[in-house]
Ligand binder design. Structure first.
Ligand SMILES: [Zn+2]
Length: 127
């Protein structure tokens, strides 16, 4: 996952995410009891699959969906200078900057606020 997000060129993302879906027995449509006669997508795991296989399949399908619907430009490093995190921006406007806005974004806001408080105020002369 990390390698894919760190190197988000489209071919790399599609190849890597497709490999992550290898624990699946393929894709199919199954009845969706919640919606009458309609169906929904399903990707059953092969026999003997582990929890790690299930997570791999979920991540692979998620990455393929993000590449298909949003594009590879939505795979980004965190904008906080001290953070090594990466993320897939699934927001509607696509302008997310931080892996964890409540943590990394807040740290930036606090640092900027402290820098403003510490800086001498413009327009006043100190005598
Ligand atoms: Zn971050």
């Amino acid at each position: 996952m990390r390698d894919l997000i760190d190197h988000p060129d489209r071919d790399h993302l599609v190849a890597g995410a497709t490999a992550l879906t290898s624990p699946a027995r393929g894709a199919t449509l199954i009845p969706n009891p919640a919606h009458g006669h309609r169906t929904r997508w399903a990707a059953p795991l092969r026999d003997g699959a582990t929890v790690a296989d299930a997570l791999s399949l979920i991540c692979g399908i998620g990455i393929l969906g993000a590449v298909h619907t949003l594009g590879e430009q939505r795979f980004r490093p965190c904008g906080a200078p001290t953070c090594k995190g990466v993320f897939i921006d699934t927001t509607r406007p696509g302008r997310r900057r931080y892996c964890m806005p409540g943590l990394c974004g807040n740290r930036i806001n606090v640092a900027n606020h402290r820098a403003r408080q510490a800086a001498p105020r413009g327009g006043r002369s100190a005598r």
